[in-house]
Design a protein around this ligand. Structure first.
Ligand code: NAP
Ligand code: SF4
Length: 679
């Protein structure tokens, strides 16, 4: 867990980027919010950035804006191609400047990553993660795209942006030109390294010519593609030197294509895992370098800056989770930061299905104008029952508004399902959320009653104005013959160490928790991987001559033999997060877990778990296991609701106590915050 670290002197050293001076080294990296596209969302976008400017970010970078219609990320997506577009964006830049902030516009040509059937790329090759095939650009179109970058940058300057960033990473158009993986052209835009890099350098020249000699140009350069056929280090270093020679002001380093099979930003990626790539680039260029990926806390950023090889730190999701991260860090209040846990559940998972982006921990992100915790005029006495994510969010938000809040928790500690999640290997970050809420309860003056089971009688007698029931869930115990056999335990007992788990285990239920528990059981002996082990596990190469820096993964052997079982036929883990589900599915495969679908649970006895397969020809079998861990979902705990309602108490039910079937921290925290906002 992060310790508060005082005032972070390196982080709060100003940084000059040409004519602009960043007040600190915190750059809010580009993240598509879903508010960029439509003019009626511009006010929300302005409020979103204004709040982060008020929170102290040194520089913010918009989500990707296309320089031409050929580069749209979505049908009718965000673009900067004419004066009307520039006029609309003035509302955003003015709002940021009014708060003393700086903002750059990212110019992004989506290439084959456009979510549209009508898209263009370096070649005809389809992306493995998108349904539509691109059209191969011809020479005329490429020259037009080059010019369009210049025009777009000039319009961005007119719109009041303080800089532009050119996206040349993550597998978008420019990155596909740079890599032999996708660029097999034989004309002047393909073949040799010089030809593959030509488009990027011509774009920089076009922008420089359009915006004048001083205007800051940042390039988001891919410095580790993490895909086969990616760039070698020599190519990356050479491009960085050329960018500097062509007048680029700073390089914002970028890691991994979207189609990479190495996780780059998920919670299981060790913090600052890729900084060494950025630090290596210091030997090649003198212009400022910005490091990114899984740098979510000011002390981690401070340590990187102290080493002196990186000039600024990109934090996108951390400022989504807590817009005030910079001011809190600057004033020695790091323990009050709502630390991004890298879950992706409300940010990237939303972005990749075309939904507006928010944050699981901070549902006000992206809703700055609609979900407002304004001070209350009448302070009410509010009881919140249950200190899981829903109850904590409700208690802290209600107290922030000025209500007098008492929080009752039957257990000895706060956290609920998050306390279980924090024990899962690779989910250690979830402990940060418990740290955050622990501190917020103090800061907001919530009266906390731990180890206190609130009863209806006590609550009625105390005559609270409002009772918020957030009593959560209890694991579902399925009706299987032998379910009371001594080998059977719940996931909570297994993860919290209340019961021993044997060497051979069957996990009943392959939902989110079944996968988590399976990972816990297979790596339990060394729950936290160090960076070297993690790189081996996922096949990140240290060898700079290896294109893309990917090699064969060498996972550590599983600590146990685990069977993961579900009743549904077909693949497992389909309901997991859009951007993280593949990591869990790959992790379970890497550990040699046998995944069994379409099963019926016949009984559990001394022989183990008896399965049959009524809907297929698969013969019945017995899994000879020592333990059976039940991960079969949850049921709501809401015993308090009926007696309180009968007694006429104003009751609101939130979180898992409200709906257990889709137990979900994102909904729980949002519900808790919304209820508090409406009190
Ligand atoms: P879940 O995703 O709904 O999965 C429950 C599993 O139990 C299903 O695989 C279901 O599969 C099985 N099941 C349900 N009723 C059963 C019964 N009567 N007997 C036997 N099996 C039964 O619930 P969860 O795993 O508890 O996760 C809860 C929520 O937490 C998820 O919705 C997710 O939002 C969140 N979560 C997500 C992640 C992640 O994305 N990595 C991790 C942890 C938690 P069959 O019906 O096919 O057997
Ligand atoms: Fe971070 Fe998760 Fe919030 Fe995204 S949703 S910003 S990953 S905490």
């Amino acid at each position: 867990m992060t310790e508060p670290t005082g005032h972070h002197p390196e982080l709060f050293e100003p940084l000059h980027l040409g004519p602009i001076t960043l007040r600190n080294r915190i750059v809010m990296g580009s993240m598509h919010t879903g508010l960029e596209e439509r003019f009626w969302d511009t006010g929300r976008l302005a409020a979103y950035f204004a709040m982060r400017a008020r929170g102290g970010a040194g520089l913010m970078i918009t989500g990707g804006i296309a320089p031409s219609r050929t580069g749209l990320l979505l049908p009718f997506g965000a673009k900067m191609t004419n004066r009307l577009d520039a006029w609309r964006h003035r509302r955003v830049t003015r709002a940021v400047h009014a708060e003393g902030g700086l903002i750059a516009m990212q110019i992004l040509h989506a290439g084959r990553y456009g979510y549209t059937p009508f898209k263009f790329n370096v070649s005809w090759d389809k992306s493995p993660i998108h349904p539509f095939q691109p059209i191969k650009l011809n020479d005329f179109m490429i020259r037009h795209i080059v010019r369009s970058y210049g025009r777009s940058a000039e319009l961005a300057r007119r719109a009041g942006y303080d800089a532009v960033e050119v996206m040349a990473g993550e597998g978008y158009l420019l990155n596909t030109f740079l890599c032999p993986r996708t660029n097999q052209r034989t004309d002047r835009w393909g073949g040799s390294t010089e030809n593959r890099q030509r488009i990027v350098l011509e774009i920089i020249d076009a922008i420089r010519a359009a915006v004048g000699p001083d205007y800051p140009i940042i390039v988001r350069q891919s410095i580790a593609d993490l895909v086969k056929g990616g760039q070698t280090w020599d190519e990356i270093a050479g491009l960085a030197r050329a960018l500097q020679a062509h007048g680029v002001t700073a390089i914002n380093t970028d890691i991994g294509w979207h189609e990479a099979t190495v996780p780059t930003i998920a919670t299981s990626v060790p913090r600052a895992a890729f900084v060494k790539f950025t630090e290596r680039l210091r030997d090649e260029v003198d212009i400022p370098l910005i490091a990114s990926n899984r740098i979510n806390a000011p002390d981690v950023a401070e340590e990187i800056l102290r080493r002196g090889r990186v000039d600024a730190i990109s934090m996108a999701r951390p400022l989504l989770a807590d817009p005030e991260l910079p001011v809190k860090a600057q004033h020695g209040r790091a323990d009050e930061i709502n630390t991004c846990i890298g879950c992706n559940q409300a940010c990237l998972d939303h972005a990749f299905v075309g939904k507006k982006v928010s944050c699981l921990l901070n549902p006000r992100a992206g809703r700055e104008t609609t979900l407002v915790l304004s001070p209350t005029r009448i302070a009410r006495r509010v009881a919140v029952i249950g200190a899981g994510p829903a109850g904590l969010a409700a208690a802290v938000s209600a107290a922030e508004r000025g209500h007098r809040v008492e929080l009752f928790e039957a257990g000895a500690a706060i956290g609920g399902q998050f306390a279980i999640a924090a024990r899962i290997p690779g989910k250690e970050e979830f402990a940060e959320t418990i740290r955050y809420f622990t501190r917020q309860l103090e800061v907001r003056g919530v009266t906390v009653h731990l180890s206190t089971r609130a009863t209806a009688e006590n609550l009625i007698a105390a005559a609270f104005d409002e009772v918020i029931v957030a009593t959560g869930v209890t694991p579902r115990i399925p009706d299987i013959p032998g379910i009371d056999h001594p080998s059977v335990l719940t996931y909570a007992d297994a993860v919290l160490g209340h019961r021993e788990v044997g060497a051979r285990v069957a996990v009943i239920g392959a939902g989110g928790i079944g996968f988590d528990v399976t990972e816990f059981l297979t790596v339990e002996d060394s729950p936290t991987l160090d960076l070297k082990e993690w790189e081996q596990e996922w096949g990140v190469s240290e060898d700079l001559t290896v294109p893309g820096f990917v090699t064969t993964p060498r996972p550590a052997p599983a600590a146990r033999t685990v069977y993961l079982v579900q009743r549904k036929a077909g693949g497992q883990g389909r309901g997991l997060g859009k951007t993280t589900g593949w990591i869990h599915r790959a992790g379970v495969k890497m550990k040699g877990v046998e995944q069994i679908s379409g099963a019926r649970y016949d009984r559990i006895d001394d022989e183990g778990l008896h399965l049959s397969f009524p809907d297929s020809d698969t013969p019945a079998r017995v899994l000879a296991v020592d333990s059976v861990v039940v991960c079969a979902g949850q049921e709501s705990v809401r015993d308090l609701v009926a007696p309180l309602t009968t007694a006429g108490v104003q009751v609101t039910v939130i979180g898992g106590a409200d709906v257990a079937s889709e137990l979900d921290a994102k909904r729980a925290i949002r519900q808790g915050t919304e209820v508090a906002a409406g009190l």
